[in-house]
Design a binder for this molecule. Structure first.
Ligand code: FA5
Length: 359
């Protein structure tokens, strides 16, 4: 007895053929026509089945086969059209640019700072960001339990202590590079170092982050005096912020420099006057104050003449050699650049592409 085929089974076979055709890749139009619509093709093979369909279903089966044939013809045509569309290239169209990233603004600033100091004979150095207490504090004239240490809100590493070098800390400033650089050069002058690195402190607000960068300058030789320091500050101010920018030094206290200074750069918005108008005859209260600086100046960091005890810790005779050092925040120095107007340095580390893509 002939095995009969139901309409549902026929439907299944039809949908198999349809989906097989839709998945076809690589066959030419002619090959598809042979495979699906040729004499021995899948359509004709299926059409033979009609003999096995019940008499009362034959009409619907015939219609279904007709629809399949139309589908096969139309789909093969469409697939051919699609292929020719892909193959056609408009050579006059502008190309699609690949997405390219760029350096983070802080890395850009570090590159610029390095180039500026290299031009006057400084060499870039890098020292560890996890270092012994000795290099971060003690060799810098800050003996254990000295109150000055409190200013550096330090993260300590839970690790064994060394008898001479003490605890291990996350560096609070790049000044740890001072004695390290003296040791690296076997206490031989001249030293002209620019050390840029990561620092860590337990601080967080609009002008402070727990991780930030500093750049540290150190110059040691015979006959180095404070005028060399001031000349270097002025040179940097003009190169980084543009012609006309002035530097100003104010007395301060650091354990590792004597005398110690705080360094300010003149504000580019009000040209160091603190006011946005020229009405010098008016009283200060009536004048239009500069909101960017409030005083005409921006503080960027510290500086001073290297303390004799630090020179000794690095193997230099302070009777023969003198030096100057400075240490400023990269983020702080950078955000003061003309046109940037970044009032919260935490934005630099927010990972917000909408912000970062502007630089
Ligand atoms: C120091 O760190 C001294 N080592 C600088 C120095 C070096 C003085 C050599 C003399 C000789 P101070 O703590 O002021 O100093 O920090 C210097 C600068 O680092 C600050 O003015 C600021 O720009 C930046 N800075 C400090 N803490 C943070 C912080 N948490 N986030 C961002 N920037 C900071």
């Amino acid at each position: 007895m002939t095995e009969m085929i139901s309409i549902e089974q026929l439907e299944l076979k039809i949908s198999d053929i349809k989906s097989q055709l839709e998945k076809e890749e690589g066959l030419s139009k002619a090959d598809l026509q042979i495979k699906y619509l040729g004499k021995k093709g899948l359509f004709n093979e299926l059409a033979k089945i009609i003999a096995k369909v019940n008499y009362q279903d034959k009409k619907s089966a015939g219609q279904m086969l007709n629809e399949l044939k139309n589908f096969l013809n139309e789909t093969i045509e469409k697939m051919e059209l699609q292929k020719t569309k892909v193959k056609w290239i408009d050579l006059t169209q502008p190309g699609i640019k690949p997405k390219v990233g760029h350096m983070h603004p802080v890395s850009q600033a570090m590159e610029e700072i390095t180039r500026i100091f290299e031009r006057i004979g400084f060499t870039r150095a890098r020292y560890q960001e996890i270092d012994w207490d000795w290099y971060v504090f003690e060799s810098l004239n800050m003996p254990k339990s000295h109150p000055a240490r409190d200013e550096w809100e330090t993260f300590f590493i839970d690790a064994p202590t060394d008898k001479k070098l003490g605890k291990i800390v996350l560096t609070t400033h790049t000044s740890n590079g001072q004695v390290r650089e003296m040791e690296r050069l076997n206490s031989k002058a001249p030293i002209r170092m620019i050390n840029i690195g990561r620092c860590y402190r337990r601080q967080q607000d609009t002008t402070h982050t727990q991780m930030f960068h500093q750049f540290e300058g150190l110059v040691i030789d015979k006959g180095i005096n404070i005028q060399h320091l001031k000349g270097t500050l002025d040179y940097f101010a003009q190169e980084f912020y543009g012609p006309g920018t002035k530097s100003r030094i104010r007395p301060f206290h650091f354990q590792f420099t004597e005398p110690s200074l705080e360094v300010d750069f003149s504000c580019h918005i009000c040209n160091g006057t603190g006011f946005l108008d020229n009405e010098v005859k008016k009283s200060q209260d009536q004048r239009n104050k500069c909101k960017f600086c409030k005083s005409g100046w921006h503080e960027v960091g510290g500086a001073g003449m290297v303390h004799p005890n630090v020179l000794k810790a690095g193997g230099f005779n302070p009777e023969v050699y003198t030096g100057f050092a400075f240490g400023w925040g990269v983020e702080r120095t950078y955000t003061l650049k003309e046109g940037l107007n970044i009032d919260d340095i935490r934005l630099l580390y927010s990972g917000d592409l909408k912000f970062l893509e502007q630089f």
